[in-house]
Design a protein around this ligand. Structure first.
Ligand code: ZN
Ligand code: ZN
Length: 356
């Protein structure tokens, strides 16, 4: 138990207003868990999917899984280590994985911790007395054992660091799924939202030449600002790419990604996280072209480390992609409203005060 005064935005299901709740006093903390005071959170597209009813979500729950904050308490028991292998310490500024995994089941041992048999996901589970603060839109979050935790340098703006926990780390996983060097590769990125613009920046940083495809002219312009060599509308032909990173989820874009590949190319599918029509594939082309099609969902701990390292080292204006932040009272609007034109993320900055 740790005493804490916390506030949190509680989602009650589609069509119901998000309420701001308060907790004062003892908070259950399992052995080896960590309490973080959240500086800022960003609203991921999947928060919008949940709040708009595109997928089922338990209620009531604290949404949000992209956030950064400082460690303010560590429960008794084994002290967790960061992805760098260092014990977590009070005062550390951290981001953490979208889920906690057991580390011992067959999937964890196979290198797929994001598919752990006993996965616990932040921002996706009911808020209960046992695990009350389990999402990003709150002053505090309890990190369970088995959560990947990465230390974030203090110089990094909070709204730049927060997306590391989902968008940036997922892009790192997508690029890691390509089994050839990105240096010198020709890469197609379909979808220029937060993940797409991040994919452009990370692929260019790795030495690739990138063409981006998106129906929105403003987003295409952003992708060019972040290093894309060219930006096209869906339907404009792109040919002979070595790598296609599909982030939009649209079946047409999935087909474009595969159709655009050169011999030996790899298509990494990331965006299709809700049901869609089946896509058509030409198996002869896949065989004769020695093509690879890979699915990537969430990421492994090393990708969180890659994400933080990338954001800490880039000079690109990632802060400009995030709208001015709202407080917890603004979560009700923020989780059902896509970012305004010219932005790719909304942000939430809760105030926090730890007692005891
Ligand atoms: Zn997300
Ligand atoms: Zn497991």
């Amino acid at each position: 138990m740790t005493d804490v005064d916390a506030r949190y935005a509680l989602w009650h299901g589609i069509g119901h207003p998000v309420t701001v709740e308060e907790h004062a006093g003892a908070l259950p903390m399992p052995d080896g868990s960590v309490l973080v005071a959240i500086e800022a959170a960003t609203v991921c597209g999947s928060d919008l999917h949940t709040a708009l009813g595109h997928r089922a979500g338990p209620t009531p729950s604290v949404l949000g899984h992209e956030q950064v904050g400082h460690v303010v308490a560590i429960a008794p028991g084994s002290v967790p280590t960061t992805v760098a292998g260092v014990p977590v310490a009070l005062g550390d500024r951290v981001v953490w994985s979208v889920a906690a995994s057991c580390g011992t089941c067959d999937r964890c041992r196979a290198g797929l911790p994001q598919k752990c048999r006993s996965l616990r996901k932040y921002g996706h589970e009911a808020s209960t007395a046992d695990w009350l603060l389990n999402g990003g839109f709150a002053t505090h979050c309890v990190l369970l054992p088995g959560t990947a935790i990465a230390v974030v340098p203090e110089h990094l703006p909070a709204v730049v660091a927060a997306p590391a926990a989902c968008a940036t780390a997922t892009v790192a996983a997508a690029l890691d799924a390509v089994d050839r060097p990105l240096a010198g590769a020709r890469v197609l990125v379909t979808g220029a939202g937060m993940l797409g613009v991040t994919a452009v920046a990370m692929a260019v940083a790795a030495g690739a030449t990138v063409v981006v495809s998106d129906p929105n002219a403003r987003r295409r312009a952003l992708a060019v600002c972040f290093g894309a060599d060219a930006a096209v509308s869906p339907g404009e032909p792109v040919t002979a790419v070595d790598v296609a990173i599909e982030l939009s989820g649209y079946p047409d874009a999935v087909e474009t990604a595969v159709d655009s590949l050169d011999v030996g190319g790899t298509a990494v599918l990331v965006g299709a996280v809700s049901s869609s029509r089946p896509v058509s594939l030409d198996p002869e082309r896949i065989v004769r072209g020695l093509l690879r099609i890979v699915g990537v969902h969430n990421y492994a701990p090393r990708h969180l480390a890659t994400a933080v390292d990338f954001l800490a080292s880039t000079d690109l204006p990632f802060a400009d992609l995030v709208e001015p932040a709202v407080g917890l009272e603004g979560v009700d609007h923020a989780v059902v409203t896509p970012p305004s034109a010219g932005y790719l993320r909304r942000a939430v900055v809760p105030s926090s005060m730890l007692v005891g």
